[in-house]
Design a protein around this ligand. Structure first.
Ligand code: NOJ
Length: 450
């Protein structure tokens, strides 16, 4: 075997049952934005608006996964990756968000699932990775309480259509990010702003998470059901009580707000008073309907944040000090490279009662890769992954619960508001030709998994 990198890591150290995979999302890779009856999503609309995405990029073609899926699945197999996480595009299945169903959309995902299974790769479905049907947004999107019913009907169709072959399901991806960026800050689709939109979306998304999970449990008794959260290790800038309190509020917002109601603990209103405004939208036995006993929780961790108190920032009274200002090594996203963050979040989430299993469902890095003589020597990404795996090993040695690691992501793809400027792939994509080149990090991962 031609070793591509010397590292002391060995797959066996993680145990035979440890799950290895790679994660993707429909809107970021598929393209084919209006093919075979697909409806428009909020991201199709958002990317068509001026000034929303860096360099005016859009995802009409993206990685053309819709057409080149077989080639990419062959690449997953070539990299020895046994698990593939992908998402279903709701408007491909239901163009207006509600029935009728677009049979061509169902047929497309059936082809993906069958191709994965015949390649010996286990499919992992995310039901919602941010591409809400635009027609539903016209009715208020996630700010409309009806969204829980719309989502439930969509989940029914997915489990009926794919549940015979797919056992691993994730309900919602990173609710704090798409509600925060999309309904509070307006920097992601649908571009809404304000605390009212944000809190309504938060509550409805959490209700939808539990409702969706229950449908999967009822329809597929042996399903392995999870949902994924973005999480970040938070540290105060100084040991002053003001900064410590500010860090606690940011931690509550970014790490606790979505998981705690799911675990039956309710919203953490005591540590973030603005969440008390949620009470205006909580009705009847909502609090009971927020929780679900998930088989696993997916954690997605990329960095840490350093926080200082700031009276200028409404609701939270805190400010993040950027990696640039702190003069620390960072990725193309401006996120500090800080592998111990992964260990810290594992420790934090292990402290909750009621989490049965933790899988790292995303971790990875964007760096400016260059293709030279048919090769991409992305040593920074390779080290980023290795260093994060070391942190998982450290956690495992201490007896912490962590059962899998999925790299973000397979190929360079459409990175939301960053467009194609942030490359996260194990595989390089030339977006003019759709040519794929396995990067050094991909070769290292392949070797590691062999
Ligand atoms: C989180 C999201 O789930 C994914 O869509 C995104 O591309 C990565 N993190 C990197 O930002």
């Amino acid at each position: 075997m031609n070793k591509v990198e010397t590292s002391f890591l060995h797959k066996n150290q993680f145990g035979d049952d440890f799950l290895w995979g790679v994660s993707t999302a429909a809107f970021q890779i598929e393209g084919a934005h209006d093919t075979d009856g697909k409806g428009r999503s909020i991201w199709d609309v958002f990317t068509s608006q001026k000034g929303k995405i860096k360099n005016g990029h859009h995802a009409s073609i993206a990685c053309d996964f819709y057409n080149s899926y077989q080639n990419d699945i062959d690449l997953i197999r070539e990299l020895n990756i046994p698990n593939f996480r992908f998402s279903i595009s709701w408007p491909r299945i239901m163009p207006t968000g509600v029935p009728p169903i677009n049979q061509a959309g169902i047929a497309y995902y059936n082809k993906i699932i069958d191709a994965l299974l015949s390649a010996g790769i286990e499919p992992w479905i995310t039901l919602y990775h941010w591409d809400l049907p635009h027609d539903l947004e016209l009715k208020g999107g996630w700010t409309n309480r009806e969204s829980v019913n719309w989502f439930s009907a969509y989940v029914e169709i997915c489990v009926q259509s794919f549940g015979d072959r797919v056992k691993n399901w994730m309900v919602i991806n990173e609710p704090s990010v798409f509600t925060g960026a999309g309904y509070f800050l307006g920097i992601h689709a649908p571009g809404k702003k304000g605390i009212t939109n944000y809190l309504k979306a938060m509550h409805h998304v959490t209700l939808a998470t539990a409702a969706g999970a229950k449908i999967i449990r009822n329809r597929i008794p042996d399903a392995h059901i999870g949902t994924t959260f973005s999480c970040t290790h938070i540290e105060p800038a100084t040991q002053s009580s003001k900064d410590i309190e500010a860090a606690k509020r940011v931690d509550t917002l970014l790490n606790r707000t979505f998981i705690e109601p799911i675990l039956g603990m309710g919203y953490p209103q005591g540590d973030l008073p603005v969440l008390k405004k949620l009470n205006a939208y909580i009705i009847e036995d909502d609090l009971n309907n927020l929780s679900f006993d998930f088989d696993f929780i997916g954690l997605q961790c990329y960095t840490r944040e350093v926080v200082k108190s700031s009276l200028l920032i409404p609701y939270i009274g805190a400010e993040l000090i950027s990696a640039e200002k702190r003069n620390v090594i960072s990725t193309d996203m401006g996120w500090e490279v800080y592998p111990p963050a992964l260990y810290e979040v594992l420790k934090k989430f292990n402290a909750y009662n009621g989490i049965k299993k933790i899988i790292i469902t995303e971790n990875g890095a964007a760096f400016p890769d260059t293709l030279k003589n048919g090769k991409v020597y992305d040593i920074k990404r390779t080290h980023y992954i290795q260093d994060h795996l070391e942190q998982i090993l450290k956690a495992k040695k201490e007896g912490l619960n962590v059962d899998g690691y999925f790299v973000w992501t397979l190929t360079d793809n459409f990175e939301w508001a960053e467009g194609y400027n942030a490359r996260f792939g194990l595989i390089h994509v030339d977006f003019d030709t759709q040519q794929r080149t396995i990067k050094h990090s991909g070769l290292w991962f392949k070797d590691f998994l062999s």
